[in-house]
Structures are given as structure tokens and as C-alpha cells.
Design a protein around this ligand. Structure first.
Ligand SMILES: Cc1cc2nc3c(=O)[nH]c(=O)nc-3n(C[C@H](O)[C@H](O)[C@H](O)COP(=O)(O)OP(=O)(O)OC[C@H]3O[C@@H](n4cnc5c(N)ncnc54)[C@H](O)[C@@H]3O)c2cc1C
Length: 306
């Protein structure tokens, strides 16, 4: 219920104005977002890489409605990749891209062209791109763009969401050699017709999907903070004899950093998803919806600033 309310608010421009102008917001954002500028993203990346983590960088923004905004997002990624390459941070750092930020909602060809330019820049910098997955109305389009991109840039990765009923089948499709798949539970509000609704059903689906990916020939990226899913991931790595070069764990910036370090210390590859930029509203609301404790943190900041 609370999750649904917060996810509905994540698409309300009125609530966005309220949250964005509230005095306490900055502290909360700082916990989950590396900063507004490209330099902030680089600084956070350097710190994480020095601690033994790999990184994927996300320039915040989604649901872009003008070609100019989509092009500006593309250009920010081109700049970022050049700076990452120049700083010697590739291939430890790759980038994550939302097609809706590149124009997918109004011009799929434009989104593809923009994504292609980012893949080419990533390739030139010695790294790669993973396409984030957004709400279920975009899944087919995103997978079609992925297929086209992979013709020239075979290491381009996809995200699959375990809460969608279709995902087991998508995992089978994408578990072939060279295929990089980030498996997450899914962060959007989806109807029962397309998505499992209970946490138990989503977890069971996550394990089934993990089994397909870990027993397949691709490169699984297990994106979760859930201790049970992580323990099962460790078990499957032993079972399918996957060393740290053949799969990885992924978590979000600011979430369970001690667990990220623990996994690195145990010899696993761990990649932190680092968002930066000033369009943090949708991202922050999804993090609050996921975990009531984050909401408590948010409210505590409100009280302490009054
Ligand atoms: C790298 C990465 C990329 C992602 N990309 C996408 C994407 O492209 N599309 C998409 O829809 N979603 C994406 N997500 C979000 C994802 O779908 C989930 O919404 C999010 O990860 C929460 O699910 P969970 O597996 O962590 O576990 P949850 O079911 O949220 O939590 C399970 C348990 O994990 C632990 N836990 C969770 N959060 C915390 C916390 N903040 N602090 C301490 N313990 C915690 C708790 O023990 C909790 O009970 C991504 C997530 C990651 C990590």
C-alpha cells in the first residue's frame, strides 16, 4: 500500500516540487546520489574503485519529452566516458543508460541512435553499457534496441526484472555466451496481469531466473541487497563453478556498503551503481518505496532540520 502511494507520487510533478524545495531533502539525496556534476561522479568512482569495487554510472533523468533534452543526456554520457577513459577508470567503470532519457517515449529511432553513440564512446574508452529496464510498457522496445546494439557492441548488457511474469522466458533468451544480464527484482508499480505482486512470489521468481542465468553461458549480474538472494547467489556460484570473472553482484550507491565490502573481501566481483545529476526525484522515490526504513530516515531528516 505504502509502496504504491510512493510510486504514484514518483510520477507527480506537484509532489516533486514539494520534495525538491523542502530543506531536508539535500541530506537524503546525498545518501543515494553521488552529486550533481560529472566531477562528483568521477570522485565517487575513484573512491569505490580504490576500495576494490567496480562501478556502473547512471546520469539521472528519465521520461524525456524533447529531442534537445535527449541529446543533452547523450552528450553528458559522451563527456563522462571520455573523462573516465582519461582518468584510467575503465574498464572498472561502465555506464548504465535509460532509453527513456534518450527519447524512447516519443522517438524510438532517436533513442537507438543516441544509445548507439554512447556504446561507441564506451567501446572507444575500453568499457561497456548496460541498458536499464523501466516500466513494462517499454520492455519489448528496450530488448529490441538491445538486440540491434549487440550486433556492433556485443557486450552491451540488459536488465531483467524478476517481478515480471515474462522474465524467466527472457532469461532463457538472454543466457547465451557473451550476454550480460543484470537481474533485479523490479522497482516500478506494475499491474497483476504482467507482474507478481507479493514479495514471496517475486523472490521465488528471482531464484528461478538466477538458476537459469547462473547455469547458462552468459555473464550474470545479480543486482540485489537481499541477504537471502545474495546467499543463494553465492551457493549457485559454487554449484556452477563460477569464479569472480564469470558473474558479479551489484548494489546501489549508499545501500549496504558494508555488505558490498564483505563480498569484495570474500573475493567476489561487486559493482556499485552510482547515480549522479540533478534529476534525482524519480530515482529517490523508488528507493523510498522499496524500504520503509529509508522513509524513516527521510522523515528523521525532516524533524532534525526543523
Ligand atoms: C545495480 C542495480 C540496478 C538496478 N537497476 C534496475 C532497473 O534497471 N530497473 C528496475 O526496475 N530496478 C532496478 N533496480 C532496483 C531493483 O529492481 C529493486 O527495486 C531494488 O534493488 C530493491 O530490491 P532488493 O533485491 O534489493 O530487495 P528488497 O526486496 O527491496 O529487500 C529485501 C531485503 O534486502 C535488504 N535490504 C534492501 N534494501 C536495503 C537497505 N536500503 N538497507 C539495508 N538492507 C536492505 C533487507 O534485508 C530487505 O528485507 C536495480 C537495483 C540494483 C542493485
Amino acid at each position: 500500500m505504502l509502496r504504491s502511494v510512493i510510486l504514484a507520487a514518483s510520477r507527480s510533478s506537484q509532489v516533486e516540487r514539494l520534495v525538491a524545495t523542502a530543506p531536508f531533502t539535500r541530506d537524503v539525496v546525498r545518501r543515494f546520489v553521488a552529486g550533481a556534476a560529472t566531477d562528483d561522479a568521477l570522485r565517487a568512482t575513484r573512491g569505490l574503485v580504490d576500495d576494490g569495487l567496480a562501478v556502473t554510472l547512471d546520469h539521472l533523468g528519465e521520461d524525456t519529452v524533447t529531442p534537445e533534452h535527449a541529446t543533452a543526456t547523450r552528450d553528458e554520457y559522451l563527456k563522462l566516458l571520455k573523462m573516465l577513459g582519461g582518468a584510467g577508470l575503465t574498464p572498472a567503470a561502465e555506464v548504465s543508460v535509460k532509453l527513456s532519457a534518450l527519447g524512447q517515449l516519443f522517438d524510438e529511432q532517436l533513442a537507438y541512435d543516441n544509445a548507439r553513440a554512447i556504446c561507441a564512446a564506451a567501446d572507444a574508452a575500453g568499457t561497456t553499457v548496460t541498458l536499464d529496464m523501466e516500466d513494462h510498457t517499454t520492455t519489448d522496445s528496450t530488448l529490441e534496441v538491445l538486440e540491434k546494439l549487440r550486433k556492433d557492441f556485443p557486450s552491451t548488457g540488459a536488465v531483467l526484472q524478476a517481478y515480471l511474469r515474462r522474465t524467466e522466458s527472457d532469461c532463457r533468451e538472454l543466457s547465451s555466451a557473451g550476454s550480460r544480464v543484470r537481474l533485479c527484482k523490479g522497482a516500478y508499480k506494475e499491474p497483476e496481469s504482467v507482474a507478481y505482486q507479493s514479495a514471496r512470489e517475486v523472490d521465488k521468481s528471482y531464484v528461478r531466473c538466477m538458476n537459469i542465468l547462473m547455469s547458462g553461458d552468459g555473464y550474470p549480474m545479480l543486482a540485489t541487497h537481499d541477504p537471502r538472494m545474495i546467499a543463494i547467489g553465492e551457493d549457485r556460484a559454487r554449484w556452477f563453478d563460477r569464479g569472480p570473472e564469470r558473474f558479479e553482484f551489484q548494489m546501489l550507491y549508499g545501500i549496504r556498503p558494508e555488505e558490498q565490502k564483505r563480498l569484495v573481501d570474500d573475493g567476489y566481483t561487486v559493482r556499485t551503481y552510482v547515480p549522479y545529476g540533478d534529476e534525482w526525484y524519480g530515482y529517490l522515490m523508488r528507493r523510498l518505496a522499496e524500504r520503509p526504513a529509508n522513509l524513516v530516515f527521510f522523515c528523521r531528516s525532516l524533524i532534525s532540520k526543523k
